[in-house]
Design a protein around this ligand. Structure first.
Ligand SMILES: [Zn+2]
Length: 265
């Protein structure tokens, strides 16, 4: 099995032996992933890693990866080298031990989502979804149950990544679904749980509409862009597609491609 490398993960590693990067390996290997956001609107991936570099001996807080609309930066090795420990969940939190049997800092990769008015939310979200899916592939983790949001581990102190995802008009549940789909798409597996209602018909395009290759979501390639007033025929539809403006119904055409029902009448 191979995985589609849609993006590049750039290493921008913190100094080895600093407070933020002690250099010890994840004891039991990578057992789960923690989804974070930076909690700092408008700070980019590069802003965050640069700050970590400047302050690498001031405190021990860190995370492995930062993702924004432009790049995926790794400052503690996870994908670009043997995974090392980062400090992204307090040790006295016990939910990680209860759920996964380990402290997150000893067994999990921490991935930070960057958001804010200067960051294109959809693009940052796509990269975030992809890198979480890629981590699942790389470490043999089931995307359905090996990703946990920081706010669920430490609900009294944290709201991430729910707060940051809201900037992309997405929920945490949607994130988990999208990562599972991305995992299936990029590893060449079929989309799980896609129910197609077989019934043919035609619709009229209301806004310029993209027809997507093989999957009902905006992360697969566009095969055709259709202007308003064109008529499109379909052979069926699904309500399990990506939710766009709260609409998850997508039509499937005779070629096996999909278009979003919100762009047609
Ligand atoms: Zn966090």
């Amino acid at each position: 099995m191979s995985f589609r490398e849609k993006y590049t993960v750039f290493p921008m590693l913190l100094p080895l032996g600093s407070k933020r990067r002690g250099g010890s390996k994840l004891d039991p290997g990578v057992k789960f992933l923690v989804a974070h956001d930076t909690g700092n609107p408008r700070s980019t991936a590069r802003n965050n890693v640069s700050y970590f570099q400047r302050s690498c001996n001031e405190m021990s807080a860190s995370a492995h990866l930062f993702v924004d609309d432009k790049e995926i930066l790794e400052c503690i090795p996870a994908l670009t080298g043997p995974p090392e420990k980062a400090w992204h969940v307090l040790y006295n939190v016990t939910t990680d031990n209860q759920m996964f049997g380990y402290d997150a800092n000893n067994a999990a990769i921490g991935v930070e989502y960057c958001y804010g008015s200067n960051i294109q939310a959809d693009e940052a979200y796509n990269k975030y979804v992809w890198v979480l899916a890629y981590l699942c592939y790389k470490f043999g983790l089931d995307p359905a149950n090996k990703i946990i949001g920081h706010c669920f581990l430490d609900p009294r102190r944290k709201t991430d990544p729910v707060t940051g995802l809201l900037q992309s008009r997405r929920t945490y549940d949607q994130l988990l679904k999208d990562v599972a789909t991305e995992f299936a798409v990029c590893s060449g597996l079929a989309t799980p749980g896609l129910n197609i209602t077989k019934q043919a018909g035609t619709v009229e395009v209301t806004h310029t509409l993209n027809i997507r290759q093989g999957q009902p979501n905006t992360r697969v390639p566009i095969v055709q862009t259709v202007p308003p007033h064109a008529r499109l025929s379909y052979t069926g539809w699904t309500n399990d597609g990506e939710k766009v403006l709260n609409i998850s119904k997508w039509y499937k055409n005779a070629q096996g491609n999909f278009f979003w029902s919100g762009g047609v009448v």
